[in-house]
Design a protein around this ligand. Sequence first.
Ligand code: PHE
Length: 447
Amino acid sequence: FKGEKNLLSEKKERFSSAGFIFAAIGSSVGLGNMWKFPYITGENGGAAFFLLFIVCLVLIGLPVLLAELAIGRSGRGSAATAFVRAGGGKSWMAVGFLQVLAPFLILSFYIIVAGWTLNYAMIAFNGQLFSSSNYAGEFNSFISGPMPIVWQGIAILITACVVILGVSGGIEKFNKVLIPGLVVLLFVLMIRAVTLPGANEGVAFFLKPDFSVLTAESALVALGHAFFSLSLGMGILLTYGSYVDKKQSLGTAALAVGAGDLLYAFIAGLIIFPTTFSFGIAPDQGPSLIFIALPAAFSAMPFGAFFGGLFFVLLAIAALTSAVSLLEVPVSFAMERWNWSRKRSVWILSLVCFILSVPSAMSLGMFPELSFGGKALFDWVDFVTSNIMLPLGGLLVTIFAGYFWKGAAEAAGLKAGWFRVWLFMLRYVAPILVFLVLLHTSGIINF
Ligand code: PHE
């Protein structure tokens, strides 16, 4: 196939072992942990949902994560060719293409939200955020104006600058500094949050389960989010896996990434719920929770501008480490397929992504005409990628690794007992549950 000769294993770039783990955690820790996880946990009743999320992450997320890393490492190509190079038939190439297109589309709306967080960091630090108390009005007038386009431009520019420096010189270094830094600073915010008056109620909401609130729907939301949060089904771990050394144990890496992702979600929960409860704010306000409810809380807190600014800076960092992984997937594809240099791939793809993102941003206010069937273009891109392409991609990975991949045992490098457990999950458990998630998120089944 086209590009077969490029990116041959000898000339491919490599992560160091620790660098790879940090980069994979950097990809998984993002807006999903700090923006989406708190609001869906808030909407689905708190602690019981969190437990469900952990179960999904461990039982389904980790096996699929390991499968993607193993396919990526044995294929040693871009996500588009990973399945074929790892030993799949030609028709698996189509699945590969899906996994290149999906992250590119996700990136086009992800940088919009990353841009919002950059803006919020700035206006929190300079106090402008707290100058009126109409946070909902402020948020809505911001996202419906032209400024988000400037901020999303800045977000993609930072992402491009990191990716252009390459796998070990850019992506690895960026994550090795920011991911440990992020956890330390989040800790500071967590201590602030849990020592607020009335914080206990928020802690209990997040950690004391009431199973009577769970529904079948929350189970599917939890599993869908485990996929999103671990960056599965998007070609990312296929691509990162292709930069991993033969000696690296992929089982250990999968465990480390799962644990890292969970830790950040746990800390994010312990920041957001104590804060919102302490200030009497309901936790079930949906996607605007952190942009509307949290500023209200920070404004009433001593040194709120500092803690608020810190929160949004951390959010921006988490978003950018994920954006870097999203951009690397199509970049690796362009280098392989079209034999472009890294520099050229990064600039062209970033520019195209930016151009694609502009109508999405404008659909939120400036051009309400960019809505179809009652949904803004922005929401459509999110819906099609997160709700359809991502579970579909994940489903195809489980089917490939569970049923069609002869090299699975060797590539995964697991001990015989663990290998049987892994294969069982990939064959009989994950595909069924992920298929249900797909039916649910695409709106085919409703509860
Ligand atoms: N995992 C990232 C997060 O939690 C987002 C993401 C999803 C990144 C899918 C890449 C692919 O925010």
